[in-house]
Design a protein around this ligand. Structure first.
Ligand SMILES: C[S@@+](CC[C@H](N)C(=O)[O-])C[C@H]1O[C@@H](n2cnc3c(N)ncnc32)[C@H](O)[C@@H]1O
Length: 297
């Protein structure tokens, strides 16, 4: 399947899981899609629900998509902005990137956010303890070549058109509020931050959050799908055990590269947890011995 890639980048983006999620979830025209941790929005944007609530506690993501929805940002405006500021970046390099970053941290202009997201280091989105964007320059002054700008403009156009056709809401709120809107007709897709990994000002995740999410999913009348992981080469996700006791858990191995070295291939076992999944018994998750040992300690 052709996967749509969104204009704003973030770590932990679930682009690779889209075909798998697509296989497992079917939406009717009545289904309300609730995505409490939208991040880049890649999952919902590819599911194309007719009705959706895209939420996140990061206000900059939400402000950007609300600006696209209200046409404060149009594909044409974005093109003009990136052409102009991309040309200045090509001339002044990292000094200009840091000027835009400083400006964004004062005025929070969604177009500056787009510029930073597409020229910052490795497409990550990070904020310091005071909530200021602190991603370093990606070291590519020629970043905004014509073809690259066209690609970004088309990505914005995709979301703008979807907002015209569908009832999509973008809202800055905590997952507890978003999940409480889930009735029997809703499908909640959860992709919370992984505790201990990638955490920053807008992306922190405590044991209380973990517990509250579990309790919320236990009692929701909605269908849900939760993205998580079972194992990396170094760690096992012990929290998965409690989900396995109540819900269906599916796992898949996923390979990724660390740094630029092709030989440095690592694997993670991704997991999807759901309450209303129709899947063959054989593909169900079997907790590993390691997991049992950890539980017994
Ligand atoms: C792993 S990312 C989601 C990635 C997304 N599924 C994607 O593919 O791009 C987790 C997101 O949860 C958001 N978040 C963190 N704590 C939250 C909370 N308490 N309520 C709602 N969103 C939260 C973060 O800002 C971050 O965007």
């Amino acid at each position: 399947m052709k996967v749509f890639v969104p204009p704003i980048k973030c770590q932990g983006i679930k682009t690779k899981l889209i075909p798998w999620i697509h296989e497992l979830v079917s939406l009717s025209s009545e289904t309300l899609w609730i995505e409490p941790f939208m991040g880049s929005g890649v999952v919902g944007f590819n599911m194309r629900p007719k009705r959706a609530i895209f939420a996140d506690t990061n206000p900059h993501i939400i402000a950007f998509y609300n600006a696209v929805k209200t046409r404060e940002i149009t594909p044409g405006l974005a093109r003009g902005f990136l052409e102009h500021h991309g040309a200045v970046l090509a001339q002044r390099g990292d000094e200009y990137y840091y000027e835009v970053r400083k400006r964004f941290n004062q005025s929070h202009n969604p177009l500056d956010f787009l510029f930073l997201s597409r020229s910052g280091f490795n497409g990550v989105m990070r904020f310091n303890r005071k909530g200021a964007y602190n991603v370093p320059f990606g070291h590519k002054p020629e970043r905004f070549a014509k073809a690259y700008i066209t690609k970004i403009v088309n990505q914005i156009d995709y979301v703008a058109k979807a907002c015209e056709h569908y009832e999509w809401t973008f809202i800055c709120q905590d997952f507890r509020v978003s999940c409480s809107e889930g009735t029997e007709d809703a499908m909640i897709y959860c992709d919370p931050p992984y505790s201990g990994r990638h955490t920053d000002y807008f992306d922190s995740w405590s044991e209380t959050d973990e517990h509250d999410l579990f309790v919320t999913l236990l009692s929701t009348p909605a269908s849900f799908l939760l993205s998580t992981w079972e194992r990396t080469e170094w760690r096992t996700n012990t929290a998965l055990q409690k989900y396995a006791e109540h819900f269906t858990v599916l796992t898949r191995k996923h390979f990724y590269h660390v740094g630029a070295n092709e030989d440095n291939r690592k694997s993670v076992i991704e997991a999807l947890v759901g309450n209303n999944l129709q899947v063959p018994q054989t593909s169900l998750y079997q907790p590993s011995e390691q997991l049992h040992l950890l539980e017994m300690r």
